[in-house]
Design a protein around this ligand. Structure first.
Ligand code: ATP
Ligand code: MG
Length: 573
């Protein structure tokens, strides 16, 4: 089975299975157990420490998809508790990516807006004897953690008086101490079988300005203490996160137990599997390293698996949503092949992208029986998949470019392109026959001489125009061609799972040929192309106009080839 058939099958399967996923089953069950529809509320909670990637798209489509299904609000919540890594630039990029994917959030929330509330609750926990200041170093604390089979050791500071704890916590907040001098820990159980329950840290000192609260705070709450309480403040009903948080659920619940009041909704954490894409890395931290080391030109480099990179490359929001819906959500981690993502964008662009002609690797063809200096404008359909797309005219003349790969002096019967003595149809134009060719001193073919059949013009209705020849080639008239920079992309990594090797770093698998810049010869209708315009270069793939483009120098990106060239190679190999 080829990949396209396979992909069609899963797409139709997921169509049938528009039945419920396991998270929806949980929600449906909750709706029979006292929850009402109005209780439902979701959130997408990125940490603004990088740009969103294709893995996040799964979480976005899941949460916002639930919002649509249940007509429930979805908050965009920035989990901004670590000023060392977070920046406003990332906040803005995340907002524009979520909006571009086509989703509308209800409230724009920031964990940092809850710093005061979180502090007040921490004071309350201290007063209840459920939190204490530990004045050991992080190394000492780590040493006492124990192992999964051995209990941890209690800190010598565990039994400080409430008064002392309150005074020190206040001092931490007022900036009386250096980073690392003290931490606030929850007092739970140093013998718990869940290591996360062994008196987890709730606050640390960090003298660092925050992108929103500036220098108001020099203590910052830890993720576990922040996340569930933020869900509670926003009254999120189902807090969906990735599987690595499964062991954190007990702690999430413990922290909630301390503050929840019975007249309010109690959030639930539920987990789903992280989505990985083959031949790339989906981790903001690793993607940042690619940017910092200059392996890519930025977060929106068209080779990046970021939403902004995919957008710049020509992926549509529909194709990304479709991809996320097709793979659905799972309870176990796996790696999704990047060719499925390519398949999804092809499906979408096939419907919407106008067809044009551009030659990427030119070979000159002279039509010897076509009058010198003559030009004709031939009608060309813009999109056979969409009649309303109309048509345009393309110029034809005595000299044209075709692709070098489309001509051979000799070839077997299966080669339907141009060969000496053989005929092909020029797309939207005439049938030509190759008569001879010229070579340079190294034997490279530099020009092909052809004759054309003047009565064979496409669409002219003559008997000759209806004559069937096996191959149809795209072409561009030499005197009318415009040139542009064309960027051809390949996978960024040569290995399907570059970050899964114990003995090797993912940098070892960077594909040195992931970007090729060439000059393309394009039909003149493209000269007024604007940044972001999308089109199919017939037979060559789907392209768009890159943001580096200027009116003087157009730059095109190849979004994806027309067929999955990798699948073919892999089948052969
Ligand atoms: P990264 O390691 O790339 O920084 P993260 O999980 O730390 O990822 P967050 O900003 O915390 O990134 O993620 C926001 C939400 O997106 C979380 O709920 C997280 O679980 C989810 N998410 C992140 N990566 C993936 C992924 N690969 N597949 C599915 N969901 C993901
Ligand atoms: Mg993170």
């Amino acid at each position: 089975m080829d990949f396209t058939t396979f992909a069609h099958q899963i797409m139709s399967m997921s169509e049938e299975a528009k039945s419920l996923n396991f998270i929806e089953h949980i929600i449906e069950e909750d709706l029979t157990k006292g929850y009402v529809k109005n209780d439902l509320r979701f959130r997408f909670p990125p940490e603004p420490n990088g740009y969103l990637h294709i893995g996040h798209a799964s979480s976005i489509c899941l949460n916002f998809g639930l919002g649509l299904r249940y007509n429930a609000p979805v908050n965009l919540r920035f989990d901004d508790t670590n000023p060392a890594k977070e920046e406003k630039e990332y906040v803005e990029a995340i907002k524009s990516d979520v909006a571009w994917l086509g989703f509308e959030w209800d409230k724009e929330c920031y964990a940092s807006d809850y710093f005061q509330q979180l502090y007040d609750w921490a004071v309350y926990l201290i007063k209840e004897g459920k939190a204490y200041i530990d004045s050991q170093s992080s190394e000492q604390i780590a040493e006492q953690k124990g192992t999964p089979t051995e209990p941890g050791k209690e800190s010598p500071f565990r039994n400080r008086s409430v008064e002392e704890n309150l005074r020190l916590f206040e001092g931490m907040k007022e900036g009386e101490f250096e980073d690392g001098e003290h931490v606030l820990r929850a007092k739970i159980d140093m013998a718990s079988s869940n290591m996360l329950m062994r008196d987890p840290v709730m606050y640390r000192i960090l003298h660092k300005a925050h992108h929103r609260t500036n220098t108001d705070w020099c203590i910052y709450p830890m993720y576990d203490w922040t996340h569930g309480e933020s869900d509670y403040i926003e009254q999120v009903s189902h807090s969906l996160c990735t599987l690595e948080f499964l062991p954190h659920r007990e702690l999430y619940d413990w922290f909630l137990d301390q503050v929840v009041s019975s007249d309010k909704l109690r959030p639930k954490q539920r987990e789903f599997a992280r989505r990985n894409l083959s031949h790339t890395v989906v981790s903001k931290r690793k993607l940042l390293q690619l940017v910092e080391k200059g392996i890519v030109t930025g977060w929106d480099d068209p080779r990046m698996p970021t939403i902004s990179g995919l957008r710049r490359r020509g992926f549509t929001p529909e194709s990304i949503r479709n991809f996320a819906d097709t793979i659905g959500i799972a309870k176990r981690e796996n790696v999704v092949d990047v060719s499925l993502l390519d398949f999804c964008v092809r499906e979408d662009l096939n419907k919407i992208a106008p067809r044009v002609m551009g030659v990427l690797n030119p070979l000159k063809v002279v039509i010897t029986n076509y009058e010198e200096g003559k030009e004709e404008w031939l009608e060309a359909e813009n999109n056979p998949e969409d009649e309303s797309a109309g048509s345009r005219e393309v110029p034809f003349s005595r000299e044209i470019y075709i692709e070098q790969e489309d001509f051979r002096e000799e070839a077997n019967r299966k080669f339907f392109r141009l060969k000496l003595g053989g005929e092909v149809r020029l797309k939207n134009g005439y049938i030509i026959k190759a008569e001879s060719c010229t070579k340079d001193s190294e034997g490279n073919i530099t020009e092909v001489q052809c004759t054309y059949d003047p009565k064979s013009k496409s669409g002219s209705g003559t008997e000759e125009s209806l004559r069937k020849v096996k191959g149809t080639l795209h072409w561009v008239s030499v005197p009318h061609a415009i040139t542009a920079e064309v960027r051809l992309y390949d996978r960024l990594f040569t290995d399907p799972t570059p970050d899964s090797h114990k003995d090797k770093d993912f940098f070892d698998f960077v594909n040195p040929d992931s970007l090729k810049k060439i000059t393309g010869y394009l039909e003149p209708s493209l000269k007024d192309s604007k940044v972001g315009d999308q089109m199919q270069f017939q037979r060559m793939g789907y392209f768009n106009v890159d943001k580096d483009s200027t009116p003087e120098k157009l730059v095109f990106n190849r979004t994806v080839t027309l067929r999955d060239t990798w699948a073919k190679l892999e089948q052969k190999g």
